[in-house]
Design a binder for this molecule. Structure first.
Ligand SMILES: Cc1ncc(C[n+]2csc(CCOP(=O)(O)OP(=O)(O)O)c2C)c(N)n1
Length: 360
């Protein structure tokens, strides 16, 4: 429906709920009832509230460097809701909303950003790979996972998230090419948040859209308003159905904006015009859903205040649990690489131990 009607080469973008809160009723999938939208809104709100807490913790020395999801919550929650829990999520490092929605406890995410590797050990059965910091590397893993699923004649698909910057990595092209040739059940979700640290989108690629890159690999690419929860859900749902039917991969370009700094180690004011951010704040994903839900009688200030208060209690509990978890030992830096440590890593581990002992 969307995949063949919206031409990425003509910059046609799927949008169902615009930034003023107007919606195209006939395009809203039936299962997205106002009550369901409210539930998804709460998931988005929880991700944002946790994001704010982690930022504060980082600023007071209680959290490591972390990458904010602010502005990208609809792209992640909308797409995650369109797949099954038996499907795989293969994230980059900015996916706290999608990872949590797919079953990763928020405590684990906090632990990870505190530098505690146990945060990357997700509960049994939760099909989410650990965060991948080497830009673009995860896309190949997603193709491998989904190819395995296809070879085993299983129905599970893999969704991988990455940024606009990752599309300049060889890994992106290798993953896309392989997926196209072998028709793997993979959904590539590029969250085009307009920047790769300080590199703006126009310096990343000369292509008119990122979505159109799929055309060269022989499968559909579609440009979607990434700040529109409805559009992200609807398009991902179609891509998932296509993948499950054996028709192969899809590239979704979620057109969005990173409202925060790249990470807590960055200062975006050094390379971004504050007026640009101001403009994007008007288009951010929460305001439009609030307007939509308000029209349906499901959102007002009182509800929002109560929701924020409830989440704060939950986040206080998470913070307490996380801060009372013992820190890792230097050995743990090496312990989580392989089931069995390699000789080279063993050598480095011994060296570190020796150096630390000498310092004491
Ligand atoms: C292979 C590799 N090169 C460089 C880096 C340093 N680095 C970390 S994030 C980043 C930019 C990523 O931009 P993008 O893919 O657009 O994702 P975003 O951070 O905007 O979500 C870079 C260059 C890295 N982590 N890995």
């Amino acid at each position: 429906m969307f995949l063949d009607k919206f031409d990425p080469q003509k910059k046609q973008m799927v949008q169902i709920l615009d930034d003023k809160g107007n919606h195209k009723e006939d395009l809203i999938p039936k299962e997205l009832t106002p009550e369901v939208v409210k539930e998804l809104y709460e998931k988005m709100a929880f991700a944002r509230a946790c994001d704010k807490r982690m930022y504060k913790m980082q600023r007071s020395g209680r959290m490591g460097t972390f990458a904010s999801v602010e502005g990208q919550e609809a792209a992640q929650i909308g797409s995650e809701f369109a797949i099954e829990k038996t499907d795989w999520i293969v994230p980059a490092f900015r996916e706290i909303a999608a990872m949590h929605a797919h079953g990763v406890p928020m405590e684990s995410i906090f632990l990870y950003w505190r530098g505690n590797e146990t945060g990357s050990k997700h509960p049994e059965g939760v099909r989410v790979l650990p965060a991948a910091v080497p830009v673009g590397s995860q896309m190949l893993h997603a193709v491998g996972i989904s190819w395995a699923s296809k070879l085993r004649k299983e129905k599970d698909i893999a969704v991988t998230y990455f940024g606009d910057g990752a599309t300049s990595e060889g890994d992106f092209h290798e993953a896309m090419n392989f997926a196209g040739v072998f028709k793997t059940p993979t959904i590539f979700i590029c969250q085009n948040n307009q920047y790769a640290i300080s590199t703006p989108r126009h310096k990343q690629t000369a292509s008119e859209t990122i979505a159109q890159k799929a055309v060269a690999y022989g499968f559909p690419g579609v440009l979607v308003d990434g700040n529109d929860l409805f559009a992200m859900y609807a398009v991902t749902k179609e891509a998932a159905e296509r993948a499950r039917k054996g028709e192969g991969p899809t590239l979704i370009e979620a057109y969005t904006y990173r409202l925060a700094d790249h990470t807590t180690s960055d200062d975006a004011s050094k390379y971004r015009d504050p007026k640009e951010e101001e403009q994007w704040r008007k288009k951010e994903p929460f305001i439009r859903i609030q307007k939509y839900l308000e029209k349906k009688g499901l959102w007002d200030k009182k509800y929002e205040d109560a929701l924020q208060e409830k989440m704060l209690v939950e986040i206080d509990n998470i913070t307490e649990k996380v801060e009372s978890t013992p820190d890792q030992t230097p050995d743990d830096i090496f312990n989580y690489h392989y089931a069995q440590i390699t000789p080279a890593l063993q050598e480095q581990k011994d060296y570190l131990k020796q150096t630390l002992t000498q310092k004491q």
